[in-house]
Design a protein around this ligand. Structure first.
Ligand code: SF4
Ligand code: SF4
Length: 235
């Protein structure tokens, strides 16, 4: 297959397989800044891990998969096929990898997929919206403040209008978002391959990419209900 055929095949796959709802979620995750409040690292055995997650954790501790499974996980109380859950410890039922004193995840680089995608790419299954604005997440509270301010900014409104007029620019942005997602999931080779095939640049979280993600987010997600959002965490 030559490069043009490869490009065409990829575009067809991309347009048919990636749901439109994923792009505002990726844009939000690009813009999201975690405030390390650790609220998402507490709770009774809720962090599901699949085999791939477990292998990465096992490798980081130089353990076998079976050893890592026994040491760090319990059976999934919801009995999801192929999943275990991270153990919770202590009175607050913290994730076993949370270093409470240092306010950090002890396996940050090897943390499971659910932790990498929280909160914007990981809506609560009971939430009916594309984006869940979690009240306990301090990063979400800051994100909402930023959206309230930027949605009134005339320069941002101009960017939205530019993006709405430029179909090609929009297509490139979606591809870059998808590449960013692969990178975030640790799939560097896949991300580079998509860039080689499509000709898009590897996105960095620089101001141009973030600016376009903000315009895209505000263009696709209504901020009407955001006035009702109230932070309800401990941060
Ligand atoms: S693995 Fe790390 S990021 Fe995930 S819940 Fe545990 S402490 Fe938090
Ligand atoms: S609840 Fe939100 S801000 Fe707090 S650690 Fe989790 S993702 Fe970060």
């Amino acid at each position: 297959m030559d490069l043009n055929e490869e490009k065409e095949a990829f575009r067809e796959w991309f347009q048919s397989q990636i749901p439109e709802t994923q792009f505002p979620q990726i844009a939000a995750q690009v813009l999201f800044e975690c405030m390390n409040c650790n609220e998402c690292c507490r709770g009774e055995e809720y962090g599901p891990v699949d085999r791939e997650d477990l292998l990465v954790i096992a490798r980081s501790f130089e353990l076998s998969e079976a050893e890592a499974e026994a040491r760090f996980t319990n059976p999934d109380p919801e009995e999801r096929v192929g999943y275990r859950v991270l153990k919770s410890i202590g009175p607050e039922r913290n994730c076993c990898f949370l270093d409470e004193k240092a306010h950090r995840c002890m396996i940050y680089e090897s943390r499971p997929s659910i932790c990498r995608t929280f909160p914007m790419l990981n809506p609560d299954p009971e939430c009916e919206e594309v984006i869940c604005f979690y009240p306990e997440c301090l990063g979400t509270a800051k994100f909402v403040d930023m959206l309230r301010e930027k949605s009134r900014d005339p320069d941002v409104k101009k960017e939205i209008s530019r993006l709405q007029k430029g179909t090609e620019r929009l297509d490139v942005l979606k591809l870059m978002q998808f590449v960013w997602l692969q990178q975030m999931a640790g799939k560097t080779a896949e991300a580079e391959d998509i860039c080689r095939i499509t000709g898009v640049k590897i996105p960095s979280r620089d101001s141009a990419f973030k600016r376009d993600c903000l315009a895209y987010f505000l263009m696709t997600i209504s901020t009407d209900g955001l006035d009702e959002y109230e932070y309800d965490g401990k941060g």
